[in-house]
Ligand binder design. Sequence first.
Ligand code: PLP
Length: 394
Amino acid sequence: MSAAPVVATAQARDALLGVYRPAAPVFVAGRGAHLIDENGTEYLDFTAGIGVTALGHGDAGVMEAIAAAAAAGIIHTSNLYRTVPGQELAQELVSRSFADAVFFCNSGGEANEAAIKFARRWAGAHGPAGKREIVALKGSFHGRLHGSLALTDRPAYREPFEPLMPAVRFLDPDALEDAASVIAADRTAAIFAEPVQGEGGVKPLSTATLQKLRELADAADALLVFDEVQCGLGRTGYLFAYEASGVVPDMVTLAKPLAGGLPMGAVLLNERVASTVKPGDHATTFGGGPLVSSVALHVLRRLADPALLARVRQLGDRLAAEFATWSSVKEARGAGLMWGLELDAPAAPVVAAALERGLLVVTAGEKVVRLLPPLTITDADLDRGLGILCEVLA
Ligand SMILES: *Cc1c(COP(=O)(O)O)cnc(C)c1O
């Protein structure tokens, strides 16, 4: 870490487009679950950059992987040429999952856009001409681009930008008995679902729901796509969230923690989908470049460590027991180190009050406080953060 923190000028801050409403602190350094602002004040980070820095801030291994990759002297070549790290990373993802092939991109939204295209490519190669529709779930969040936003069940995010991608229908995961009016073999190409809905309030889908989605997809000869951009890569205590249910999807999208904070997304595909995708069907300039892929390979191996995953599951059990005793919480939902605390009141004032006491948390919708601490968090840091949060809620 550099000794002299770089302080943003008011002018530089004003030049940022006003699509965000960032909190007051200006962060200049980090270590583990801690972030330090320009005044030297330390904060405990239970957001991990919205589920991104799963190994914590300033992780020595990640820093070394970045330095080693930079020292190799190729940051980028484009996908016109082959490089080793992207191939190794794809191989590692394939060997650790259901998948037979991997496509790399640069964000979660991009991963879902790609998955939508691959689903339609498969359906076009496979079914009747009208088999174009994508089914998403009530409460979903899949990104802010025109396709991924079309699959996102948030009117405030959607309406100013309509018309979005057409041929999307929504299905209520709590009323799957009504699925026949939504899913049909002659028009449904794929069903998209987050095994644990993140932005929609941290709602884990039950194993029974995931199984039913698999059955519905199979009955309609459609694909099942899991968006694990937030819940994947160890967050729930499993390398892939779907593993807990035993339900195997046709595609999985990944991003947030994949490259340790560098931008990277991925789509994992099984052979039946991969075999329908041809050169030229999709592309991205940056996707799977050697620097990000080298770092992601390091991150993936660390997050796949059985001891780390066992500890995340253990902490999840502990948190479930702990939150059950908090009378200020209407309902606590989650798994591993992904939790949503549903309140009777707006969550934003709680987030602000926690920030004042040095704890970073984030909302997930109007009345849910969301916790996404680093997966490497120590017991001491976890206890301290829970103490602050419990106080704030009381
Ligand atoms: C964050 C998120 C996305 C979008 O990822 P970006 O990198 O912001 O485009 C998509 N799906 C889920 C489940 C997410 O949590």
